[in-house]
Design a protein around this ligand. Structure first.
Ligand code: IPT
Length: 994
């Protein structure tokens, strides 16, 4: 068949990929030729333009370009080879399975390799592909050897009879779109190409074709059992575990028996103990590693080694801003270390098996892994799941094959404690068949699939983005949470539960992590969850004038795209942690510390490790000054245990002096692979005094009236605008209710999608307008000031203004009471709602001051070091903090509200020449932010580089901020964190700092 005809046929083929039976990945193959590197490359925008017969051995590819393998041809180029496309649920091609449009990038790859003559004695030679998107049609020396399907799965094509010693030619034709596209509709960039390794693997005639090592741990006796399953092995075979003194040989398949082992150390994320294993026969020797653990489902408990797992997890995509899904081991390791430093103990490999090496790293560093098959048919949901491949028998073998290839490749990893059938593929008989296949191949691990809402073929009940009350409802078997079939509620109730996705980390957020954690701790059947997601998928790009930025959907001129929905990670595209990661670290902490006035409660949430590798210390501070400190005497707490210890001995004044704080810190007591000795695991604080918030002091003198008012160092216009502070000019001032909407504020109506009830009960795509839409409708983004009165009243200059939008009647009345207090100017601000509505919250209540741009640094006593919002404040500790002003804002891919620090007492803002000191007062003590752009500038820009030139430093003193929530894909701000219009009063003083 001609290459052209073969392509036509392969594009629409729903059969599984070709190749020999899948087997476990080996880092070292004894006979291995690396075929990565530079390949000759031809790109065509469609099959009609692709060169025919370019698979022929003698085809002249002289005029061809080159392409690096592994790589994606749409990246790093100038658009010559097409551009990246980002879509979430929708497909960028028409919904007409299994066909694809004519505009279909075709990449032809060619290269030579030299086959060493020693290889002629081998039993088989295979060409292995670890990742090709979307399909690869492969020829060696002009002969067709198979089609590679399953973009993130491995394929080994038998080329024994085709290769010859000396020079050989490989040709791979890759098509961007194929029938497989319909089952690989994950929420990510479409990035075609050969993006993982290509290798030529030699197999000895009488080797060990495949092996499955099952290392069980018996938690009641502390013993282990190693069961070795061999496939196509020539005996005798020897298994060795040098560390355990084991060397066992079997003469024949029938001799193979489980090996009992006395006293082994079990494997867990906290103690990822691995043992080296060697399997050998006369022809080959295989190095592998085992970790002893037994996974079991017992009623509603998901157990490993007899103890329930606690998933403090993240969804991890394979992603790099320059290379896409090309794996970089160093970067991957860095990412895992960053997770470990932030108390993340679990990974869901959303939504496909990762590069095989990654699982060796998770074995080594210690993570629970939910290994997910490469399957997602989400686009069908937009058409009521009609023709869903998950339920279409034509796809059965192909989907089952995907599952098989996932399991066979990854079965020997102790970190993998569960298989996931895929993501967002509706439900259907093929999924049930995949689950069946998983159980047959590997009965040692449970099966997960979120879309199986009734848990009829999966072992775990799973949800995504469930609102908090739904967790308890599901535990109780209350039917409203269990759509679509409440009748199945008892089955739900008795199964272990997990959130495979929650807390959508898009932009500023997520909120309510601590609230979820409390529920996970409360209900035994809930095992935690995986935050969506680890990292933003921005593509490093430059504007025409050379400014670097991270591109998202639409930035490459895509016709259909899903905008910034691909920027929803805890980590920025460039790898830097977002403020949310600090919250994650606190909330996920393996040991919780609750410090109270009458004692400290410590709870060990680790799986199987006591606390003897931690050290505990305390410090007592008053007004941010250290008064005393010491080690905390904490008895060793076993896994799952809890102790209450008394507070350290402190003088009696500790309970009376204002701002008396006890801070307890848990640290690693030795170096770990992810951190050095002394690394902070978690911090907790207790306020020891009961003093109320300080109030603005009384006036110490009068104000000078005139056209310009002088209140100590501050000058004000007749209508009360601040003009200067100690000679420092102020550009703007006044109360502000608007904040630049976060993506959680502005997204979440999923407007055009009809998902019906399913949407409402599952908590994402909440009905009704978003907060930002309501705020805008009420005009909170364009309030106009109207001075009602301004004049001296006793020793004060009192200004009353009304803030209302054009045509609107809802807003606020503000009273500013300026007074002189020693060398400072003080102001008490009272904000009261005008005709508040019961269906529109406020974004913030704060006072805004525009200072000159020369200010660079901030030092403060208050909450910090990072930002805090009402539903994301676990990591904020009262103390003395300092930062460059530029570091106080986080550069979210889409500019938005950022940088708020809470509970301010004192703030020094300094530049080269001057420093301004601010003190904050109650009753509603404000927090602050210092930003280079104001709320409306941040609102208008869609990318950081679109922000206008900074007009200076914007100080916001916010008495309240609305919470963050997770509504960009999940529940909105919980009621207790919403900011409803209310009377608010706070004070501050301004002066030049000494
Ligand atoms: C859900 C997907 O599973 C995940 O891949 C990602 O798209 C996430 O949401 C949002 O970022 S699907 C969603 C419609 C619930």
């Amino acid at each position: 068949m001609s290459l052209h005809d073969l392509t036509v046929q392969s594009l629409v083929d729903v059969a599984p990929g070709d190749g020999v039976r899948p087997r476990a990945w080996r880092r070292r193959e004894q006979w291995r030729l690396d075929l990565t590197g530079t390949w000759r490359f031809h790109y065509a925008t469609g099959l009609a333009e692709a060169p025919d017969a370019c698979d022929a051995a003698d085809f002249d590819d002289d005029g061809w370009d080159t392409q690096e393998v592994p790589g994606h041809w749409v990246l790093g180029g100038d658009g010559r080879y097409g551009r990246p496309i980002y879509t979430n649920i929708q497909l960028p091609i028409p919904m007409s399975p299994p066909t694809v449009p004519d505009a279909n990038g075709i990449g032809d790859y060619r290269r030579d390799f030299e086959l060493p003559s020693e290889w002629s004695s081998l039993g088989a030679i295979r060409l292995r592909f670890d990742g090709v998107e979307s399909i690869g049609i492969v020829a060696v020396n002009g002969r067709h050897v198979g089609v590679v399907r399953g973009s993130r799965l491995a394929t080994e094509l038998d080329v024994t009879d085709v290769v010859r010693p000396g020079r050989n030619v490989v040709h791979v034709r890759v098509a961007q779109w194929s029938a497989q596209t319909y089952v690989e509709d994950q929420d990510q960039w479409w990035l075609p190409g050969i993006f993982r390794e290509v290798t030529l693997v030699g197999r000895p005639a009488e080797g060990i074709e495949d092996y499955h090592l099952l290392a069980d741990f018996h938690h009641t006796t502390g013993r282990g059992t190693l069961t070795v399953q061999l496939r196509d092995a020539t005996f005798p075979v020897t298994v060795e575990i040098p560390e355990l003194g084991i060397k066992q040989s079997w003469g024949a398949a029938d001799d193979v028996a489980p090996i009992p082992l006395d006293a082994v150390t079990p494997w867990s994320p906290e103690r990822p103990r691995l043992y080296q294993v060697r399997l050998s026969n006369d022809a080959e020797s295989i190095e592998s590693r085992i970790g002893f653990r037994t996974v079991r489902i017992d009623g509603h408990r998901w157990l490993v080694n007899g103890r329930q797992v606690r998933i403090a997890g993240v969804n991890r995509h394979e992603y790099d801003p320059d290379r896409g899904r090309v794996f970089d081991e160093d970067a991957a390791r860095e990412g895992l270390l960053l997770m470990k430093r932030h108390n993340i103990n679990a990974i869901r490999t959303s939504h496909y098996p990762p590069h095989p090496r990654l699982l060796e790293l998770t074995d080594e560093l210690g993570f629970w892994v939910m290994d997910e098959c490469d399957l997602e048919t989400h686009a069908f949901e937009l058409h009521g799941w009609e023709n869903n491949p998950s339920d279409d028998s034509a796809w059965r073998t192909s989907l089952v094959d995907r599952m098989r290839r996932t399991i066979e490749r990854d079965k020997n990893h102790p970190s993998v404690i569960c298989w996931s059938l895929g993501n967002e593929s509706g439900t259907g008989a093929n999924l049930a068949a995949m689950a069946e296949e998983a159980r047959t191949l590997d009965p040692s691990r449970p099966v997960h699939y979120e879309g199986d809402y009734e848990a009829s073929y999966s072992d775990l009940v799973s949800r995504m983005y469930a609102p908090i009350p739904e967790l308890g409802d599901m535990s109780a078997g209350i039917s409203s949470a269990l759509s679509p079939r409440p009748a199945q509620s008892s089955r739900f109730r008795d199964k272990p539960k997990v959130l495979c996705e929650y807390a959508h980390a898009m932009g500023n957020g997520p909120g309510a992590l601590a609230d979820y954690a409390a529920e996970f701790d409360r209900f035994e059947d809930w095992h935690g969850g995986f935050i969506w997601e680890w990292r933003d998928h921005g593509i490093r790009t430059t504007t025409p004038d050379g400014t670097e930025f991270f591109a998202y959907g639409g930035d490459f001129g895509e016709v259909a795209h899903d905008g910034s929905f691909v920027m929803d990670g805890l980590v920025h595209s460039d790898g830097r942690p977002s403020p949310a990661l600090a919250e994650v670290k606190q909330v996920f902490s393996p040991v919780t510390v609750t410090a109270m006035r009458d004692g400290i409660v410590l709870r060990n949430r680790r799986h199987d490790t006591d606390t003897s590798d931690y050290r505990f210390s305390w410090v007592w501070e008053v007004d941010g000054e250290r008064r005393s400190d010491g080690d905390l005497d904490v008895p060793t707490i076993d896994a799952g245990g809890e102790v209450t210890i008394p507070l350290p001995q402190l003088p009696a004044e500790a309970e009376t002096v204002r701002d008396s704080w006890l801070t307890v810190t848990v640290r690693e007591s030795a170096d770990r692979p992810w951190c050095s000795e002394g690394h902070e695991v978690v911090v907790a604080q207790a306020r020891l005094d009961r003093n109320a918030a300080p109030l603005l002091p009384a006036p110490t003198g009068s104000v000078s009236a005139g056209r310009i008012m002088e209140v100590g160092p501050v000058t004000l216009s007749a209508s009360g605008r601040v003009l200067s502070i100690g000679g420092v000019e102020v550009g703007e001032s006044g109360v502000e209710l608007w904040r630049a909407p976060t993506e959680n504020d502005s997204l979440g109506d999923f407007g055009s999608y009809e998902i019906g009830d399913y949407t409402a009960t599952r908590g994402y795509g909440l009905p009704g307008p978003s907060s930002a839409a309501r705020w805008r409708a009420q005009g909170l983004d364009r309030l106009m000031s109207q001075t009602v009165s301004a004049g001296a009243e006793g020793d004060e200059f009192v200004v009353v203004e009304r803030l209302l939008p054009a045509q609107g009647r809802h807003g606020a009345e503000v009273t500013y009471r300026w007074r002189r207090i020693g060398d400072a100017a003080g102001c008490q601000v009272l904000v009261s709602p005008i005709r508040p509505r019961t269906d529109v919250t406020w974004p913030r209540v704060g006072f805004h001051l525009l200072l000159p741009g020369e200010f660079e640094r901030a030092e403060w006593f208050g909450g910090g070091p990072g930002e805090a919002y009402p539903d994301s404040r676990s990591a904020s500790m009262v103390g003395r903090h300092a930062s460059a002003i530029d570091e106080l804002a986080f550069p979210y891919a889409v500019p938005q509200e950022t940088g708020h620090r809470e509970s301010l007492r004192r703030l020094d803002i300094s530049g080269q020449a001057t420093s301004i000191r601010l003190r904050a007062f109650g009753p509603d003590v404000p927090g602050f932010s210092l930003l280079r752009h104001d709320a409306s500038e941040l609102t208008a820009a869609r990318h950081q580089h679109e922000l206008p030139e900074s007009r200076g430093v914007h100080l916001y003193l916010d008495a309240f901020q609305h919470g963050l929530g997770s509504r960009s894909c999940g529940p909105d701000v919980l009621p207790q964190y919403q900011l409803w219009p209310r009377a608010v009063s706070f004070g501050f003083t301004l002066e030049l700092a000494p």
